[in-house]
Design a protein around this ligand. Structure first.
Ligand code: MUC
Ligand code: MG
Length: 377
């Protein structure tokens, strides 16, 4: 069986409420969906999400699609999907960076290869260790009372007992007070983490992390700019609360440098940042060897991309900080017929063939942007 075609779609999916980050408030989340077909007519599907155009990272949806269409698709036609690592190795010789684009391509090929064998994709990564994983929710309404209410409701439903607060926007000192009040209201019933999304300088971090640590926060994600490894190393050495690298932890080489200089003592995994599932497993290896704590991160993918993350994370032995792959719960609608289950504070790892999700082509068509060129499914 050989790869016959690769199509890329850009979809805009509305969220159930505004989701406020340091650089952007999401009301419509843009995802990029890939579909690979083989000569027998079988299909593999993949998804990556992006946040706020170019404001979160360099890979915009438009660039992902353009670079796959122009530079990656011609390299994969005629190849055997089961050789997904070899295929991506060949691609990487001619396409630098472009980690999100490579993830769309590799994940679709993996979905196809696993479906053709009638096995879940995690079997191609050594087998499933966890059937379900702890799942955090992000409180990001921007309002203290609303966030407390939302958290209490979710605790009662047994949906989440880990909450992340996005505190990179606005006055850092007011934001720390916002976190302290939420922690006080929830007490020991929930674990609270924060994500600064690179918004603070080192002085602000020194003051605010001390206050967050005193308030009982259990992890601080990416307080400084992604480039500031030295500053991250100083914060990691200074505080007991774990400091997590997210935007800084992209390529395997970047993660190696973080490990070497201890520029963070934990890493947020996201296949899209690392360039696919194979690269993510390499990141896991580096982190395990260096004693860095792992977190199953998200770019807020819908059910399709979340299933791929869940399957890969289920093959990681120790996910110290659990996961945050809550994306499907934030969307008003999904592009798959089946849904991912969330129960007892955990996400249940899909275990059907491929990523275990059945694509809803009508939904893909409905939410896809229309281009002047022909788009067929
Ligand atoms: C990020 O920076 O971690 C993940 C969860 C969330 O609310 O935002 C994303 C991005
Ligand atoms: Mg983050």
């Amino acid at each position: 069986m050989k790869i016959r075609s690769f199509e890329v779609y850009i979809l805009d999916l509305p969220t159930i409420r505004p989701h406020q980050l340091a650089m952007h408030t999401i009301t419509v989340q843009t995802i990029v969906v890939g579909c690979v077909t083989d000569e027998e007519g079988r299909e593999g599907w993949s998804e990556v999400a992006t946040i706020g155009g170019a404001s979160y990272g360099e890979s915009t949806p438009e660039a992902i699609k353009a670079n796959i269409d122009a530079y990656i698709t011609p390299l994969i036609i005629g190849q055997d999907p089961i050789h997904f690592d070899k295929i991506m190795n060949d691609v990487s010789k001619l396409v630098r960076g472009n980690y999100f684009a490579k993830t769309v391509v590799e994940n679709a090929i993996i979905d196809l290869a696993a479906k053709a064998k009638g096995i879940p994709a995690f079997e191609l990564f050594g087998g499933q260790i966890h059937k379900s994983l702890p799942i955090a929710w992000t409180l990001a309404s921007g309002n203290t009372e609303k966030d407390i209410e939302e958290a209490q409701d979710l605790l009662q439903q047994k949906r989440h007992n880990i909450f992340k607060l996005k505190i990179g926007k606005g006055d850092p000192f007011k934001n720390v007070e916002h976190v302290r009040k939420i922690k006080e209201a929830l007490g020991d019933a929930a674990r609270l983490t924060v994500d600064v999304n690179q918004a603070w300088d080192e002085d602000t971090s020194n003051y605010c992390i001390a206050a967050l640590q005193a308030a009982g926060v259990s992890m601080v994600e990416q307080p400084l700019a992604a480039w500031d490894l030295e500053g991250m190393a100083r914060l990691t050495a200074k505080f007991n609360v774990p400091i997590m690298a997210d935007e800084a932890a992209t390529s395997i080489q970047d993660v190696f440098r973080i490990a070497k200089y201890r520029a963070g003592n934990s890493i947020a995994l996201k296949p899209c940042k690392h360039g696919g599932m194979t690269q993510t497993k390499k990141v896991v290896g580096i982190a395990e060897a260096a004693g860095l704590g792992l977190y199953g991160g998200t770019m807020i993918e819908s059910s399709l991309g979340t299933a791929a993350c869940a399957q890969l994370y289920s093959t990681v032995s120790d996910m110290k900080f659990g996961t945050e792959i809550f994306g499907p719960l934030l969307f008003k609608d999904n592009v798959t017929i089946n849904e991912i289950k969330f129960e007892n504070f955990e996400v249940v790892v899909p275990d059907g063939p491929g990523f275990g999700m059945e694509i809803d082509k009508e939904k893909v068509k409905h939410y896809a942007r229309v281009f002047s060129g022909k788009q067929e499914m």
